[in-house]
Design a protein around this ligand. Structure first.
Ligand code: AGP
Length: 622
């Protein structure tokens, strides 16, 4: 969703802001803008905004000769990429938004729920609005307080007190040179601390080229940044001592490393990121220690039901885990799309464990679901990739996936590492409750440690990726795709379809293969591509029957299967062979051809796989 950057220090602010916005592009956006104090100490602010890509903003800044102003005193500024929620995507609705004086500008990520009421009050008080956004009320609210004599920090603090909703805000005022102020309530905002310079950003990506020392603002904190450092206060005005941490991610990890796109790089990183997720938790010999969960075996034994809540690909990770949890730990697992969870009155109590999964750790619905679970007295565990993210701070315990920064909007390595983290959780549960013998769990862990090598064998071997590229070429113009699977292959069918539709804009649906006869089979026409997840499982025979039914109606069947599996070869026109592993672990291998297929089809169709239209990396509104 929206991205925020802010800078104050000795550098020229413009390149810091523009580079920062570029590194936030992956969050998804439709317009961008910056604000800095006017050149050479002139009054007011210089604001540049454009609908479209950051490149257009860069060109507009160059046209105004802003790039040549390094010595012109523009050493502070704020920038924003907007993903429209309230008001169409346009230059007029792009951030930063100014107050009536033109001295103050703000950027905002999130939703101001009471903006209509505030707008009415502000208009009645004589303010003039120039956009259709909810965000602009913030500029006028801060303006009111500055006019009444507050300084910028105090004005932002009290303005935040009048807002309902979820938001991160950063403000700059030409009358307060060398200072920027930001606030966080339920939307991400991180501070970067450098030598004689400070930064605001929506996540760490824009900070990595300057500093790794960061402070994760807590909800209700307001920070004033200057060359001298950060001053943080609470909503009540009390001083808070900033606690900085060092982020482990480096800049290189956030760059393409020779791959044409981040998505492809991230697909190929998966063997390594899987190892990183396993390392220090599961030994290749089979030992398992999840000390970060901080739940004793006695407490564990009390849990009688698990709920999994997540959205999109994270939801698919949860579905994969459900099969494993129930088979290994013999405990009932319910899984919910997070946006539905709290509105259906789920029955929760102290014996319920709710597991929230989110790569970003900021998904509004998943966050709300975990909060709701806590109000009902349930235990909560979060699986996320982002240290310090909102979700990581809401749960009783966190399992980090250690996948490194994922820049492509489509989840790839964050998904496979979520699945791995969930499997560890399931095995730990199964062992801790005695549902699974130590040696049986150790056997699974040893097999899981083989997976990175098997993944490398597929990705580095020429046949699999080449076969996928050829299939993509033949079907890139097919108007509709079906993905089918049974058992643990069913969530993979959903994921294969989601990946294809989100980055290639083709219509694709995933089904449990047994459901085909109940309706979807009517969609099959001559040549309709049907991708079947046909790796070894207890239901492979039944899946093959479903594939035959599809083929009999003209489908072009592409099967993901084990090398040389005669039964599959007989029914599928194309077979993509993946290495064999244990049935419940097979999603780790089956994911790879599905991800590559979506990637190649998107490229052939001229779509940008890293920045699909209409989508955001971090969905911070409901
Ligand atoms: C995945 O490719 C999608 N971009 C999307 O479905 C994503 O998984 C979903 O928005 C959930 O995000 P989260 O993991 O950050 O909560």
């Amino acid at each position: 969703m929206c991205g925020i950057v802010g800078y104050v220090g000795d550098r020229s602010a413009l390149p810091v802001l523009l580079e920062g916005l570029k590194s936030l592009e992956y969050r998804g956006y439709d317009s961008a803008g910056i604000a800095m104090p006017a050149r050479n100490g002139a009054p007011g602010l210089e604001v540049v905004r454009r609908a479209g890509r950051v490149d257009e903003l860069v060109a507009a800044a160059q046209a105004r000769e802003l790039a040549a102003t390094a010595a012109n005193g523009q050493h502070a500024g704020i920038g924003h990429t907007r993903w429209a929620t309230c008001g169409e995507p346009s230059e007029g609705n792009a951030h930063p938004h100014r107050d009536c004086t033109g001295n103050l500008a703000i950027v905002h990520n999130g939703i101001i729920e009471n903006h209509l009421q505030l707008r009415q009050q502000l208009v009645a008080a004589g303010h003039t609005f120039s956009s259709a956004t909810d965000s602009e009320v913030v500029a006028h609210l801060v303006e009111e307080r500055l006019t009444a004599g507050a300084d910028l920090l105090e004005a932002v603090r009290t303005a935040v007190g009048a807002l309902h909703g979820s938001f991160a805000i950063v403000a700059i005022d030409a009358r307060y040179p060398g200072v920027i102020v930001g606030a966080r309530v339920d939307a991400p905002l991180v501070l970067g601390l450098g030598e004689g310079e400070c930064f605001f950003a929506s996540d760490v990506a824009p900070l990595l080229r300057y500093t790794r020392q960061v402070v994760w603002l807590a909800d209700g904190e307001i920070a004033q940044l200057s060359r001298a450092g950060a001053r943080i206060i609470g909503l009540d005005g009390a001083e808070h001592v900033p606690t900085s941490t060092e982020v482990a991610w480096d800049r290189e990890a956030a760059e393409k490393a020779g791959f044409p796109d981040f998505m492809l790089k991230e697909i190929y990183e998966q063997p390594r990121t899987l190892r990183d997720t396993l390392r220090s938790r599961a030994e290749p010999s089979g030992e398992l220690t999840l000390t970060e969960l901080a739940i004793s075996p006695a407490e564990l034994a009390e849990v009688n039901k698990i709920f999994i809540v997540a959205c999109g690909s994270s939801y698919h990770a949860g579905l994969v885990a459900k099969y494993a949890f129930e088979r290994w730990a013999r405990i009932p697992v319910e899984i919910d799309v997070a946006s539905e969870f709290r509105y259906r009155d789920p029955v929760l109590d102290a014996k319920t464990l709710v597991v929230g999964i989110s790569q970003s750790g900021e998904t509004a619905d998943t966050l709300a679901a975990i909060r709701y679970a806590r109000t009902q007295g349930a235990r909560t565990i979060v699986i996320t990739n982002v240290v310090g993210s909102s979700l990581s701070r809401e749960a009783d315990a966190v399992l980090y996936t250690h996948a490194g920064p994922e820049i492509g909007v489509a989840a790839t390595k964050t998904l496979s590492t979520q699945i791995a983290a969930l499997w560890l959780l399931g095995l730990w549960f199964a062992e801790g409750t005695g549902a699974m013998e130590r040696e049986a769990a150790a056997e699974v862990i040893r097999e899981l440690w083989r997976c990175p090598e098997l993944m490398e064998a597929f990705l580095d071997g020429p046949e699999g990726p080449a076969a996928i590229a050829g299939i993509a070429e033949r079907f890139a113009t097919a108007p509709g795709w079906l993905f089918i699977g049974r058992g643990v292959g069913f969530p993979l069918a959903l994921e294969g379809a989601l990946k294809l539709k989100e980055i290639s804009y083709l219509h694709a649906e995933g089904f449990a293969a047994g459901e085909m006869k109940h309706g979807p089979i009517a969609l099959i026409d001559k040549g309709t591509p049907v991708v079947a997840i046909a790796t070894h499982s207890r239901v492979l025979g039944k899946l093959i029957s479903n594939v035959e039914e599809a083929r009999a109606r003209g489908a072009s069947v592409v099967a993901i299967a084990q090398q040389g599996d005669e039964r599959v070869l007989e029914v599928a026109a194309d077979v993509v062979a993946v290495p064999e592993t244990a049935e419940l672990l097979s999603p780790m291998l089956d994911l790879l051809p599905l991800q590559l297929l979506a990637y190649h089809v998107a490229k052939l169709r001229g779509c940008d796989p890293d920045r699909p239209r209409n989508l955001a990396k971090s969905v911070t509104v409901e």
